[in-house]
Structure formats: C-alpha cells, structure tokens
Ligand binder design. Structure first.
Ligand code: SF4
Length: 392
C-alpha cells in the first residue's frame, strides 16, 4: 500500500500527508496544566456571544461538555446546528464525519470548526470511497448491482453519503436503521432487493436479524481487502444483506463473557447496549438502542435498579454520576474510551475559541459542493422516512 492509499480522512482532502495527524495548531496550543483554561474558555465564549454555537457529542470529555450549548448524538447535533442559522461559527466537539454533516446541513456562510483535526472515526475510515466504488463495480460484474440499494450509517464520511445519494441509497442512524432498511427493500421488486450496508457490519446485522427477521445466513460480509469482497457468486446471489467489513473500535470490544460474569455477580442486573456491539453481545442483552435511547432508559429507570451499559465510557461515567440512586457499571473490564473523541480536550477547545475571537478560523471543515449536493440527497431521503421504528 502506498502512502497516498492511507485513509487520512480526518485530515481532509488536499492536506499535507506528511504532517502528523492533528498536531498542527498554528500559534500556541495552551498547556493542559494551565490553571486558567476554564476561565479562558468562558471568556472566549462570552466574547463571541451569539456568533458562536458549541455542539458536544455525548462521548466527549466532561471538561469539554461543560462548554457545549447543546449535547446529543451525531444526527441530533447536525440538526441542532441547522437550527441556528444566525451562528457564524459552529464549533463541533465530536469527530470529523459529524463536523462534515454539520457543514452539509448548515448555510454556506456558517463555518464549522473541529478543534483537533485528529478527531477522526476509525469506523468511518474503514469505508473509503475508492473501496466502495470498487465493490460497486464488482457487484456489477457479478450481475447483482441493479438489485442493490446502498444504505450508510450516519457514521461515515461525506463522500460515502454522497455515493449513496448518487446510487439510490439513503443514510440511517442507530435509531431509524430498521425504517431505512424497510424503505431500501421497497425500492426494488419484491424478493429481489439486497442492501449494501456501510460501514458498520454490527449495526447492519443486528438491525436485519433482530428487527427485520432476516436470517443470519442471508447476511454476508464484504471484505474490501479481498477480491470480490471475499464472496462467491453464489453467496452474493443468495444474500439479502451485504455488510461492509467495518466496526466501531469501542463498541466492538464488548464481549459475552463479561455479560455472563456480571449476571452471576448481580442477579437482576439489566444489560443495556448500543447496536454497534457484536451480535452475540446484543443477543445476551436485555435492551439495545441508540445513545439517546440509553440515556432515556436510565432516566426512566427505577431507583435501586442495577445496570451494565455497553457504550462509550465518558457517557457511562456521566450517567453514573447523574444517577446516584441507581447502580451503573461499565460492561467491560478495561478502560474503553473512544480515543479520537477524546482528542478534543480543553486546550484544543480554548485554542480554537481564542483564534475565533482573534478573527482567525482554524480547523474549518468544508465539504465540496458536488459531494455536499449528493450527500444531501441521501440525507433528505432519511429525513423523509416514516417516523415509526420497529423499536418504538
Ligand atoms: S465511538 Fe466508535 S463510531 Fe463513535 S467516533 Fe469513536 S470509533 Fe467512531
């Protein structure tokens, strides 16, 4: 693999491939030990006033979340950004694909800033446009392309969303993946449709099998590093779900044995997991749902109940802190933060905000107009989906 083949999506198109990811902070990045960081962030926010809108994803550190004007999952935050057309600067405390979605859904005059360009997403990086286009061509050679509808999870780069827009596909979130699959299957004659699900095989499999009643044997995994995805013509012909071989580095680490261990230790414990977890873990869980579903479930839970949660650790810790009347534990023996989410720390936030105060927009995330137009087609199809999920 040559250097130019490396998936440097977080750096964006046209960036210097020789630069170390995310260390370019022109001017001074404040020291993490600076005791004035909180005060500096407050002062910069106050100076920018309504010109600034700060978005904080649920997986962000507390030190950053305290400065968010709104918190939420990636889709909610992109919509929140679109709901503030008066804000000149959208500072996105999250990862790269989220900032891209915010740029797509906001006005051209609004500037979206990601405080650290190294805050990418390993899952989004697992599906690159060239790989997906090669897979699409291979499906053409196999004679099945006309039956395939591409569906991409929100956690994907803008050019993968654009690919779906160009090829009759749709974007989905972890809350509406089943509705998106219903829609996608209905786009082709009954019994003929196949879905190419990008980039998270686990969300695709869990939704197809547990919510749509599709057989595990009708799900195949497309490995972009193998010719024809590593699949035979017969396997492709019989598949209904072609799952891209991608996964979340955080949710992929939860395992069945910890579920068994916790059940033995705490009889009556409730296991609550995100659908990005492996199928075997989801099968053993009591409840499965999006980040917003997890938060609402804990908010509604009875005092005294015991929960093990399988999602990112910053969120689990915050839920435990905010609900001292319930016992909340992490569904993993090891520390399991999202390392790229954690790249957004207080020094980077202060650096980005103080530059904005000084009139310099740093780390702006922009999506080119052609990609934006195609991605918007796939996003709009999602927004037009009927509201009712099988899970509601
Ligand atoms: S938690 Fe997983 S899906 Fe979310 S940003 Fe991190 S690697 Fe990507």
């Amino acid at each position: 693999m040559s250097l130019v083949d490396l998936p440097l999506l977080p750096l964006g198109k046209g960036r210097d491939l020789d630069a170390e990811r995310g260390v370019e902070c022109p001017g001074d990045l404040p020291a993490a030990s600076d005791p004035d960081l909180v005060e500096r962030a407050r002062a910069a926010k106050a100076a920018l006033g309504d010109r600034l809108f700060v978005l904080g994803h649920h997986y962000q550190r507390d030190e950053v979340i305290q400065f968010a004007d709104v918190t939420g999952d990636s889709f909610k935050l992109a919509r929140d950004a679109a709901g503030r057309p008066d804000a000149e600067f959208i500072v996105f405390c999250g990862v790269h694909f989220m900032a891209e979605s915010a740029d797509i859904l906001t006005a051209p005059s609004q500037q979206v800033v990601l405080p650290d360009l190294a805050a990418g997403c390993s899952m989004a990086d697992m599906a690159r446009l060239r790989q997906v286009e090669d897979a699409w061509d291979a499906m053409g050679d196999a004679g099945i392309q006309d039956s395939v509808v591409p569906v991409t999870y929100m956690n994907s780069s803008a050019d993968i969303k654009a690919f779906c827009g160009r090829n009759g596909g749709v974007v989905c979130t972890s809350s509406n993946a089943d509705v998106a699959l219903d829609w996608a299957f209905a786009q082709k004659p009954a019994g003929e449709a196949k879905i190419l699900f990008l980039p998270d095989q686990h969300l695709g499999r869990n939704t197809a099998v547990l919510q749509m009643g599709i057989g595990l044997d009708e799900c195949v995994v497309w490995d972009p590093h193998l010719p024809s995805g590593g699949l035979t013509a017969d396997e492709l012909a019989h598949a209904r779900m072609i799952l891209w071989k991608g996964h979340c580095s955080v949710h992929g680490r939860f395992t069945e044995d910890v579920v068994d261990e916790l059940r033995a230790k705490h009889p009556g414990i409730n296991i609550l997991v995100h659908p990005e977890c492996p199928h075997e873990v989801v099968l053993k869980a009591d409840l499965v749902g999006s980040t917003e579903f997890i938060i609402k479930t804990i908010e509604a839970a009875e005092p005294g109940t015991v929960w093990a949660i399988g999602t990112e650790l910053n969120l689990v810790k915050r839920l435990a802190d905010n609900h001292p009347d319930k016992t909340i534990v992490f569904l993993n023996r090891n520390v399991c933060y999202c390392s790229t989410m954690n790249r957004i720390d207080l020094p980077h936030l202060v650096w980005a905000l103080e530059n904005l105060v000084a009139g310099q927009v740093v780390n702006q995330i922009t999506v080119d107009p052609e990609t934006e137009a195609d991605a918007l087609v796939a996003l709009q199809r999602m927004l037009d989906l009927p509201g009712k999920s099988h899970r509601d």
